[in-house]
Design a binder for this molecule. Structure first.
Ligand code: HEC
Length: 245
């Protein structure tokens, strides 16, 4: 019991210290998230978290909670709908904002501070790294919105199949290359399935057509070339193995 009280006091003290060092004023400098392109460095030191578009819930935050906090079974006591450890269910937006989260105030949100202190996630799940903590912090500080349209602002450092590549294909290519349309309008090439995309990625035709390289049909057919950022995302996805990620 004594130990518990001491522990609680230490946590409070740590929170207090944290609050003191991190809540000075409302202007918070955003740290660029390990950009690959140096041109993406954020040099505007006056930008506030409120305008932080570089963190997006469904792309950056939800996967952290799903991967590290909502694991089920295997003797782990965690926060999935099945386990509900301590009443926390961390596998959906509704569950994540339901408890221990103060919108606009990461330092006052238990769901964040408990990860900073290293108390969560519990072993054997690895502690969150500084990039993951930064995502959660910035997301809570900008009001913890349920943003799902994460690719309105193209980001070359994000190139997973499901969240970056497939949505672009859907917008620009499915009209002719969806399974149902492919034989009549897409030259028989199917791009609305992962395997269809993988085939065109690995045979070189996807990049050839997107970059309008001589010897390939320029795509999207009859439309403008995709932005350099989108083409870079596709190129990086292919370079990383064109995975179904
Ligand atoms: C208006 C219909 C249409 C749209 C939109 C379209 N395509 Fe195509 N695509 C075709 C047709 C038709 C072909 C068959 C070759 C040809 O007629 O040029 C083709 C061929 C291709 C090929 C094979 C190229 C080659 O040189 O063999 C790829 C890869 C491809 N498309 C990718 C895409 C991608 C990626 C997009 C979206 C960015 C896209 N297409 C958008 C109609 C379209």
């Amino acid at each position: 019991m004594k130990k518990n009280v001491f522990f609680s006091l230490s946590v409070l003290f740590a929170l207090f210290l944290y609050a003191c060092t991190h809540k000075a004023g409302t202007v918070v400098v955003i740290n660029p998230v390990t950009p690959i392109d140096t041109s993406h460095h954020n040099t505007d030191t006056t930008q506030t978290e409120v305008f932080d578009t570089s963190v997006c819930f469904s792309r950056d935050v939800l996967p952290i909670f799903q991967g590290s906090c909502a694991k089920s079974g295997a003797g782990l006591s965690c926060h999935s709908a099945a386990d509900r450890e301590e009443g926390y269910i961390l596998d959906s937006y509704a569950g994540i904002v339901a408890k221990g989260l103060k919108r606009g105030n990461a330092a006052g949100s238990k769901i964040y501070t408990i990860c900073v202190s290293g108390e969560m996630p519990q072993s054997p799940t690895p502690k969150l790294d500084s990039t993951q903590l930064s995502y959660i912090k910035r997301w809570i500080n900008k009001g913890a919105p349920n943003d799902t349209n994460c690719f309105a602002n193209c980001d070359t450092t994000k190139f997973t199949y499901k969240l970056a590549i497939a949505p672009v294909m859907k917008t620009y290519c499915y009209s002719c290359h969806a399974t149902a349309a492919a034989s009549s309008s897409g030259g028989g090439i199917v791009l609305d399935t992962y395997t269809g995309m993988q085939t065109q990625a690995l045979n070189g035709k996807l990049m050839g057509s997107l970059q309008h390289t001589a010897g390939f049909s320029a795509m999207p057919k009859g439309g403008a070339k995709l932005s350099g950022c989108k083409i870079t995302q596709v190129r990086r996805w292919i370079a990383a193995g064109a995975q179904n990620n």
